[in-house]
Design a protein around this ligand. Structure first.
Ligand code: NDP
Length: 331
């Protein structure tokens, strides 16, 4: 009997040249793991764009399917935590980097990596959230854990028209914060206001030269950009303001003075989404399901077929994607 096969977008550098193509792959390609999942949707994150285009060294080995997240239905499970038919979500854990990724109709993973699909959320909506939205939620939770509350000064989101940024704007607005969206694409102002931003500002504000401390404005910040933007943000953080930094879309190094920290007590909190423990993951997903209405999620989303991923990977690495790109791996 011939072995079952499935379709996946594969990056293959094994022959010396770099191939990126949708291939028919045998089931034995999948790594060991307790749970076999039929993937419905994945997403295109910035990191996936780097992996597919080769602009960043994301994939630890090839041939490999990229895709750092997926949502689907359990086919087989050797774990009591899941049974066939359960709908599940996966983000992080090195999937699409060290392990076979989400741009694939089937995947096999450890049970502890999976989160049950929150009630009231569809598989497509879960991937409209995806790693980017999950990270946005972690940033909001970090702000709250460090004392930022609705009702105070404004909170700013940088890279606001991107994946993490747009979900962060929506989540903060829904939670009652006065959210200001910082973007290089002012033409997306209507989109950002529809997500709940009270104001949209040009990202050049943060990279323009300025004094070490300027007027207090921000109680909190979600920074997806890094680099000079992050460095510039600190100048206008209010007393005891909190910056949740999760991204480097605009650069990985930044310069600041110590004054925001030693004179205003500003806190810089790093946010990572890959190795978040299972309990915190479930809590974050439940909060997303509670706070983000389905129609708002749908407004953030564009759905593309698997074969369109290479072209969109160029787009996302050129910072031209708006909101979230969901990949229908069966289309
Ligand atoms: P997107 O490409 O969707 O969004 C990034 C946004 O950053 C762009 O839309 C743009 O926003 C802004 N931007 C891009 N280049 C520049 C630049 N040179 N200068 C200033 N702003 C720029 O990516 P994601 O939202 O998926 O990811 C955002 C960042 O978060 C990435 O660095 C990603 O690696 C990181 N990330 C980190 C995670 C973690 O675990 N820590 C998890 C997920 C993502 P605009 O057009 O509005 O100006």
């Amino acid at each position: 009997m011939s072995e079952e096969t499935f379709r996946a977008l594969v990056v293959d550098e094994s022959s010396g040249s770099r191939q990126v193509e949708v291939r028919e792959v045998p089931l034995s390609t999948l790594p060991p793991g307790e749970v076999l999942v039929r993937v419905a949707y994945s997403t295109l994150n910035y990191k996936d764009g780097l992996a597919v285009t080769g602009k960043g060294k994301i994939l630890r080995a090839t041939p490999m399917a990229p895709g750092i997240d997926f949502a689907g239905t359990v086919v087989e499970s050797a774990s009591p935590a899941f049974k066939p038919g359960d709908e599940v979500v996966l983000t992080g854990w090195g999937v699409g980097e060290r392990h076979w990724g989400g741009f694939s109709q089937l995947n096999r993973v450890k049970a502890e990596w999976l989160v049950p699909l929150p009630a009231g959320m569809s598989l497509q909506q879960a991937m409209a959230i995806g790693t980017a939205g999950f990270t946005a939620m972690l940033c909001v939770l970090a702000l709250e854990r460090h004392g930022v509350q609705p009702g105070g000064r404004e909170v700013v989101v940088t890279g606001a028209a991107g994946g993490v940024g747009s979900v962060a704007v929506a989540l903060l607005a829904r939670a009652g914060y006065q959210v200001v969206a910082s973007t290089g694409r002012l033409q997306e102002a209507d989109f950002l206001k529809a997500l709940g931003a009270v104001d949209v500002i040009d990202r050049a504000v943060f990279t323009a030269p300025g004094r070490p401390l300027e007027s207090e404005r921000w109680a909190g910040a979600v920074d997806t950009v890094g680099g000079a933007t992050l460095g510039g943000l600190f100048r206008s953080m209010a007393y005891h303001g909190v910056v949740a930094a999760c991204g480097n879309a605009g650069g990985s190094e930044f310069t600041t003075s110590v004054f925001p920290f030693i004179l205003r007590g500003v806190q810089l909190i790093g946010v990572e989404s890959v190795l978040v423990p299972p309990e915190q993951r479930r809590a974050a997903w439940e909060r997303i399901a509670r706070d983000l209405p389905g129609d708002l999620i749908d407004r953030l989303t564009e759905v593309i077929p698997l074969g369109a991923v290479p072209a969109y990977s160029e787009t996302i690495t050129n910072a031209q994607v708006r909101g979230r790109i969901v990949v229908d791996v069966n289309a």
